[in-house]
Design a protein around this ligand. Structure first.
Ligand code: NAG
Ligand code: NAG
Ligand code: NAG
Ligand code: NAG
Ligand code: NAG
Length: 389
């Protein structure tokens, strides 16, 4: 009697498992199919701009966001960190990864854990820098191929209900996410091998001395994130000892070293290193390489806009990188050399030596060298770049 019951239960468990397995395979198959067919026979692309605070990632994000084939979100995992601010970056890695994966698949239910039930499009962090959320079908005020200005978007597009983000996302062939909250490439392995994703990674780095200078200018806004990086149980901290900068440099080394020298097979053709200084020096070249990597073709309008913003013809956007001319931008990217005291430069170089050597940023040995703008500190990229890129 007892045995019979057990057998029956076992049998029904087994059947249940089989059903679950079948459903799983069906879902997997349809996803896979989806991913290769898309709306017009093109493969879907999921692009992660993997960067750090104050490294030019807002600018690079805009270059993608304005493309009419791209659904872009800037820092969606901000919501994870804000909600669980007493945890460490390491502990939050998995939640951040899960959120990023869901957004890539246009599953916005993942935000249920981090936002109130009643919400608008404008509940999303930095929603108005996403052109896709400012144009049809998200917002009726602007056509899809319009170059969108954050201010204009904010006034006209914030009231639409949150759920449409999911439908909107599904109408795009490319989903691009910018994140500064990953410190280890291994965390992303499951996404790189996930058959429902076609993940590509743009790893955007910047001279740590320039990063440190820029971080000083926006000190206040970084203190909570600093606490999470340094695992302070919710205490806000200034990064006077450059411990956060050190952690950022450590993570750049880990990511680049893994991609360049260990190169797991699933990473081949899926990783691209971009130095912000190279973007500043030769923006059109770098942008076209990033587009090619992402399998995007610029439209005429986009080409004109990109030319404008990189040649000082921007019509008044407030972002630093947008308002300066290309020639000036090179100067701005070296501003740390005039502004930072040598002692600080030395400290940053001490904690970031490994990353700087690896990424082609030359150390300066004296104040004289620091101030001498004829001395080149950003080595030409071909000298450090590995062959298959
Ligand atoms: C952005 O929009 C605002 C308000 O509509 C407008 O005043 C401003 O000139 C626009 N800026 C650009 C760069 O188009
Ligand atoms: C949605 O947006 C509108 C307009 O910005 C605002 O008045 C309203 O309170 C918002 N609703 C929620 C739930 O945030
Ligand atoms: C973290 O902070 C909370 C409240 O601020 C406190 O209750 C908790 O004990 C702290 N945890 C640790 C490990 O210090
Ligand atoms: C580029 O700049 C020119 C001159 O300021 C302006 O007339 C044009 O509308 C701009 N084009 C784009 C796409 O921003
Ligand atoms: C570069 O910037 C410095 C100040 O940071 C300034 O003194 C110098 O004149 C600038 N050079 C050019 C060519 O604009």
């Amino acid at each position: 009697m007892n045995i019979m019951v057990k057998i029956r239960i076992n049998a029904s468990v087994a059947t249940g498992l089989l059903v679950i397995q079948t459903i799983f395979l069906l879902v997997l198959y349809s996803r896979q199919n989806n991913h290769f067919s898309g709306t017009d026979g093109k493969e879907k692309v999921h692009l992660l701009i993997l960067s750090s605070w104050r490294s030019g990632s807002s600018f690079v994000g805009q270059i993608f966001s304005q493309h009419p084939d791209v659904f872009y979100l800037m820092e969606p995992a901000w919501h994870v960190w804000v909600t669980m601010f007493q945890n460490s970056a390491k502990v939050l890695h998995m939640a951040v990864r899960d959120l990023v994966r869901s957004v890539f698949l246009c599953d916005m239910s993942v935000f249920d854990s981090y936002m109130p039930k009643e919400r608008n499009i404008s509940s999303l962090f930095q929603w108005a820098v996403s052109r896709a959320l400012c144009t049809v079908p998200a917002c009726k005020s602007f056509p899809r191929d319009e170059i969108i200005n954050e201010t204009a978007c904010k006034t006209l597009c914030g009231k639409y209900p949150f759920y449409i983000t999911e439908q909107v996302c599904n109408t795009y062939s490319h989903v691009v996410i910018k994140e500064v909250r990953f410190f280890d490439l291994k965390v992303l392995y499951p996404l790189l091998t996930d058959p429902s994703l076609n993940l590509k990674i743009v790893h955007l780095v910047r001279d740590p001395r320039a990063v440190a200078k820029s971080r000083e200018q926006s000190k206040k806004s970084l203190t909570r994130d600093n606490g999470i990086v340094l695992n302070t149980n919710g205490t806000k901290v200034d990064d006077i000892k450059y411990e956060v900068v050190q952690e950022i440099c450590r993570s750049h080394v880990q990511i680049y070293e893994t991609a360049a020298y260990k190169t797991p097979s699933f990473l081949k053709d899926r990783y691209m290193l971009v130095r912000y200084e190279d973007v500043v020096r030769d923006p059109l070249q770098e942008i076209s390489e990033m587009y090619r990597f992402a399998q995007l073709k610029p439209t005429n309008k986009l080409e004109k806009w990109i030319y404008n913003i990189t040649h000082g013809q921007s019509s008044g956007n407030e972002k630093e990188a947008f308002t300066i001319t290309s020639r000036n931008a090179v100067n701005v990217s070296q501003a740390w050399r005039n502004v930072l005291p040598f002692q600080k430069v030395k400290h940053i170089q001490d904690v970031c030596k490994g990353a700087m050597n690896m990424l082609g940023y030359r150390l300066v040995d004296s104040e004289a060298e620091q101030k001498d703008l004829n001395m080149e500190v950003v080595l030409p990229r071909r000298q450090y770049q590995f062959s298959w890129l």
